[in-house]
Design a protein around this ligand. Structure first.
Ligand code: NI
Ligand code: MN
Length: 236
């Protein structure tokens, strides 16, 4: 379990493909939206070697929850998600912290706040999985915003108004099921950060994008769009 002891000034973010990220800081490991075994582009990632103290799930779609059970059963990671998703996995013996929009989970290492996302949310069998969300994740001195699947929304402006200083935003850029990169650029303005990691692109044909054009677009606006190779990391 979590061996977190200090107040880290940095966190390490690893991209595991699609919308899945690992966040590590001083012995604490978080995984967001584990969809690895179903992603051929992430075949080199060892799902059974990943560390996790917590698994954060933004919504119930398969491309966000696929490997949750597999990782949680092995690591005993605790889920952080909405009430419906935590209840669903609770029935399979997985522990979790259930919340809903506006709520915050506080821990010794920081906090996770659930914020709005505009999308849909159902389990692969079609049953109700609550409402989709994004998370504002504070660990030690760093704060990141993981938007989940969403379009850009005016609500994103509330995040800095609530007092969060976002060091980096993880935003979907693949269009079709979420915002595209031009809207992601607006989303970054709304949450007052210029540093973005793109996700939810190029996994499937409908979300194929011109990554060079996307990065160019950000650069012209004085922003940075980081596109990590699957398995690679960045320190924030
Ligand atoms: Ni989705
Ligand atoms: Mn998705």
């Amino acid at each position: 379990m979590c061996t977190f002891v200090t107040n880290p000034s940095t966190m390490n973010i690893t991209f595991y493909g699609h919308s899945c990220f690992g966040i590590e800081a001083e012995g604490l490991s978080l995984i967001i939206d584990p969809f690895i075994s179903g992603n051929s582009a992430a075949a080199h990632i060892d799902v059974d070697g990943l560390k996790a103290d917590y698994i954060l799930l933004t919504h119930g779609h398969q491309d966000h929850i696929l490997d949750t059970e597999r990782i949680a059963q092995r690591t005993k990671a605790k889920l952080i998600s909405n009430f419906e998703i935590v209840s669903h996995f609770g029935n399979k013996g997985i522990e979790g912290f259930a919340m809903n929009h506006g709520g915050v989970m506080k821990a010794e290492w920081g906090s996770v706040k659930m914020v709005n996302a505009i999308h849909s949310s159902s389990f692969p069998d079609g049953s109700y999985a609550g409402n989709p969300a994004g998370f504002v994740i504070c660990i030690g001195e760093k704060t990141i915003y993981a938007a989940g699947d969403t379009c850009v929304s005016m609500d994103m402006q509330l995040i800095p108004l609530m007092g969060y200083q976002i060091d980096l935003a993880i935003l979907p850029i693949g269009d079709t099921f979420t915002m595209g990169y031009k809207e992601a650029s607006i989303a970054a303005e709304f949450v007052k950060t210029s540093k973005v990691i793109g996700c939810h692109y190029n996994t499937f044909p409908p979300i194929q994008i011109d990554t060079a054009a996307a990065q160019d677009y950000f650069q012209h606006k004085g922003q940075e769009l980081i596109l990590l190779d699957i398995g690679s990391s960045i320190e924030v």
